[in-house]
Design a protein around this ligand. Structure first.
Ligand SMILES: [Zn+2]
Length: 284
């Protein structure tokens, strides 16, 4: 989004709120987020109660942007800074909030991106430590003993799909390497492999592999090294990543997939839309 337009919508808290509400309620039509009833009554300021199920809610209840304590103007500034790939420390500084608040809000945005990806259901059901709750809250929790997930890259024309492959882990990649000579190389803290089945490469966060058995990941001429599209887009990105944990690795991967597939689009309104979406309940 051009700054000129951005400045207009962010001018006041009211205009920022109006912009976000446009993504929440089509034609301003409120309905109960739990049972979809339209018969509601207003109770105190900003709150409504459903006449059928009795649920009390406000305009942002059960949505991603209800996670994190930012005003509407701050959310829009956060989206702008995220669009420009500002590091979290800069986001905190620019929004005038603590690093933790900025980190939590950026995580909200990343969770919303993951939830909108094609394999969202699989990711939330198979990565322990990443959970979406029916209350509209989410949990991202690094726990001891979590397995580093493996992703596989599929390029289709102009798009890329970086799919979670739940049946693979660090051990399986080592096994393919030792017994079937699958080539591996590293970039930043990421380890990637040669072609595997339908995948142009497998990807895994490095720590799980690099220290094990003194195995080196320095092979040359891997299939994806000659790919110009997604791989050249990703290299600089991977080099910037630090501290990859099993729960934030999927967030980074899905952010990268999102940025690549929308590289010719204005991602500002898309991110606003994602943030305003209801937190899905994949357990239903
Ligand atoms: Zn209801």
């Amino acid at each position: 989004m051009k700054l000129e337009h951005y400045e207009k919508i962010i001018k006041t808290e009211n205009s920022a709120r109006k912009f976000l509400l446009g993504f929440c309620w089509k034609n301003h039509q409120r309905f109960c987020p739990k049972c979809r009833t339209r018969r509601l009554y207003a109770i105190r300021k900003g709150y409504r109660r459903c006449s059928r199920c009795g649920y009390t809610f406000h305009d942002f209840s059960l949505r991603f942007l209800n996670n994190g304590n930012l005003s509407c103007q701050q959310w829009l500034r956060l989206i702008k800074l995220f669009e420009l790939e500002a590091p979290t420390s800069r986001v905190a500084e620019q929004l005038g909030v603590s690093y933790n608040t900025a980190y939590k809000s950026v995580t909200t945005l990343r969770m919303a991106i993951v939830a909108h990806s094609l394999d969202a259901r699989l990711i939330f059901s198979s990565i322990h430590g990443l959970d979406l709750a029916p209350s509209g809250k989410f949990r991202k929790e690094s726990r001891h003993g979590l397995r580093m997930p493996v992703f596989g890259i599929v390029e289709r024309g102009d798009h890329v799909f970086v799919d979670l492959i739940p049946e693979l882990d660090a051990e399986s990649i080592l096994h393919f390497k030792m017994n079937f000579h699958l080539k591996t190389a590293s970039i930043g803290k990421i380890i990637y492999t040669d072609r595997y089945k339908q995948y142009a490469a497998l990807l895994i966060g490095g720590n799980a592999l690099s220290t094990t058995y003194g195995v080196k990941h320095t092979d040359k001429g891997l299939f994806i090294d000659s790919s110009r599209g997604f791989w050249s887009f990703s290299k600089a990105w991977f080099q910037r990543l630090r501290g990859i944990s099993p729960v934030n690795f999927p967030l980074y991967i899905k952010e990268l997939e999102f940025r690549y597939n929308h590289r010719h689009d204005d991602i500002f309104p898309i991110l606003a839309q994602y943030l305003c979406a209801f937190v899905p309940n994949f357990e239903e």
